[in-house]
Design a protein around this ligand. Sequence first.
Ligand SMILES: [Zn+2]
Ligand SMILES: [Zn+2]
Length: 331
Amino acid sequence: MPEFRQNMVSKEWVIIATERAKRPDQFLQKKEEKKPLPHYSQDCPFCPGNESKTPPSLFSIEKNGAWSLRVVPNKFAALQSHLTTERRHEGRFLKADGFGIAEVVIETPIHNRTIATMELEEVRNTVTAYRERYISLSTTGKIDLITIFRNYGERAGTSLEHPHSQIIATPIVPPHVRNPLYQSQLAFDTFGDCIYCGMMEEERRQQTRVVEETNYFLVLCPFASRSPFETRIYPKIHRSSFASISNEELMELASVLQKTIKRLYIGLNDPDYNYVIRSAPTEDNDVKYHHWYLVIVPKLTTPAGFEIGTGIYINTTLPEECAEFLRGIAT
Ligand SMILES: [Zn+2]
Ligand SMILES: [Zn+2]
C-alpha cells in the first residue's frame, strides 16, 4: 500500500510508493561509470603548483611547509562581493544586484581523494574550514544566509574532479529556507520546545530509521525522505547555528560524516551526491526553535513532472530499509 508521509517541520508531503518499491541494492551504481582518477593532474586548477590559477587563499591549513587545505574565492561565482544589497523595483517586479560571497574549499592537495577515501585528518581539516569560514562570513553585515555544500560527481552538478566543497553567502533568505523556520517557530510557540529535538527523540524511540548514534550526533534516513537514501546528520545538543559547534563536536562530525559517506560509497558503489549544511540565518544564530543539520542526497533518481508540478516527491524506497541497509555496511 502506498502512503503519504509528512515532514514534521516543513509540513511537506512525500509519497512512499511501496507498490513500485525498489530494494536498496537495486540502486547499486555501475562500476564502469566512474573512471579512476590520477593522483595529480597538471591541468587541474586546484592541484599543487597551480595556485596562480586561483585567487589567493582566504584561509589555509599547512603541514610541513606545504598546504593541506585552501579556501579561495570562487572565480566563476554567480554572485559578486563588490555589489550593493539594495532592492529595486522595475515596474511591479522586484530585483537587486547579485551581491553575495562565494568560496571554494579545496579539501586536499591530492587530486583523486574523496571524502570516503580521505585520511581522517583531511576530513577534519575540511569541517574546520567550514566552521572558520562560516564564522568569518557571518560577521559580514550584509550577509543573511550561509550555505555550505558539496557537489560530488556529474549527476550532482560538478565537472571539477578535484575534491572540493563550496560556501555561498547571500543577503537573501529564500522561502525554501524561511518556511521551515517559520514552521519550527510556530511549533515552538505551541509546544514550547525545539521540533527537531522532539523529532530526534521520536526517531530514537522508533529506532527503525537510525543509521548510527554517537556521543554528539544522530544519523538517520528521515521518515519523509524525498528520495532513496536521503540521510541526515543531526547534532544531539540543541544548537541553531553551525557556527556554535564545539571543537569536540567538530572532530566527531568529521568521523561521522566520513563514515556515513563511506557507507554509501561501499553500499551503492560510489554514487554521486550533494550534501548541504542547513544552518539558521545569521540573525537567528542562537534561537531555541531552530536546529542545524547536514543532509546528504545521493543522486539516484531524477525528479519528474509530478514532483515539479506538486512539490510532492515520490520515493520508491522505504527509509526504514535504506537505514537498515546502511547500518549493515561495515566501514
Ligand atoms: Zn587536482
Ligand atoms: Zn533542537
